[in-house]
Design a protein. Sequence first.
Length: 556
Amino acid sequence: MNFKNYTIEFEKAAFSVYKDTVQLFSVPVVSAVDRYEDIRMRPTGSAILESGVVRDDEEHTERLHHTVREENGTVIAEYQSSSKLWAEKRYRITANEAGFAYEVTVKGSGTVHQIRYFSSGAEKNYEFAGYLLPHAGQFKESECLRNVFENSQLSFDYYAPCPFVYPFYTEGMDGWFGIGLFAQKGAHNFDRFIYERGFSFTLPLDDRLTITVEKTLPGIWGGYGIDAMAVLRAYADWYHTNGIAVRHEDYARMPTWWREPIFCGWGEQQKMGREQGRYAADYATQENYERMLAHLKDDGIEPGIVIIDAKWQKHFGALEVDRGKWPDLRGFTDRMHAEGKHVLLWIKSWDAEGLPRNECIDLLCNPIAADPTNPRFIERTRKNIHTLLSNEPGCFDCDGFKIDFINCTPKGELLRPFDGNCYGVELIRAWLELVCTAAKDAKRDALINASCAHPYVADVCDQIRLHDYQGALRSSVEVMTFRKRIAEAIYGNISIDTDSGGTGSHRDFLRYMEAQPSIGVPDLYYVTSSFRTPMDEGDYAALRTAWARYRKENGL
């Protein structure tokens, strides 16, 4: 079947994708769905991948048969077979202009350990030379190019979840072709997607999925883009078009203040902590923040958003104000609002400090993390978020949250949240959805700032934070620009919090501050020094100029 940007062909036991006359790849239709079993109960003669894991390598390919049909511009190929582990296996490939979707359904019973896609043992052919790893780490875009022989893993980096797609390129040809992972709503119970040399793709499921009758498993998407970022856009568009993800309703008409320059006090707190030999979180006090903002005002720097960072709360998990540090948080927010500023509160995801154990995720009978699927924790969090954001008497009238540490999501096959099926991406979505819906119920224009880059959570975050930068590096502009390109490819016209890169050298700090307006929303972490270099009038002048340019270009 010929489409505008690719051609797909189906054979007896394989399918191939072409660009013009070049075969980009040809892979077996068959995938292995390995099971975890008590070794003593394994089928006779089954190969063991590792202790307790039985390989699904004995597909009855001689029984494989298929049909191909076309419906309204979409071609549908269906294959059916069985294996020694599964009574029936059905493969379905749908292809149209937006790309192809490959799924496998297994019938039988057992616990799935992993899926090894296109792994019948038959030869795979590919013409790809390499791929881009869309990884929000400490790397420039050029440093994330891999040759096709290099193994990689997409997991939770600074973006959690990240886009689970590998854009591949072919030497001497225009355009890229992506291979990505997808799942239906409620089925994103995974935390990584592995590529291995030889054009092999594996989805570990950590023995968490038990099938009793039959189940359609997470599948593979393939699609074209003129470049790597276009592949990411196509992947996100496919998620939305197929109703798996919901587009954010406010990107095009977001409140003006969501784009205002930001001041976050964490960098200055760190400076005070170094000077006094104490934990930086000790300095998240009302007195210190009022002093920081007065200092900035004296230097002609007026942020539109103020982020109160760690640790304004008594306990990380409970979201209750530490009155010793913030004796009059409502008075502070009232004064900020009178000055045209908005106040966000920093949240540490997953931390169980201050929570009873029956509101936590369990690991071997130990509470290790806050559980966003637990009704008690949900009720507590919704109540406390209302108190923090509502303008009712006795509430604090803050304006949203900076959600941090999402990438520290608890992992492992032994985790036991209240909803035992919720894991990985689904656990992140549950957490973001809890905070987002509670915040919007309390204040319609509340801002949810988070670090993620997957379409599945598009509707539960408003502003993407580019996250931390390693100060030992000297490429802040390039590293953060790459992260911005990933986020915008997935989310489009979303507000980008540039965070505060370049803190390891004064030159890199200034270079990033001056570049921030062209990357996203400027964000300043420092008042008196950039890391260990005292700030002077030249620095403040550069910041005033950058922020004035940003406000003019954005009509603020």
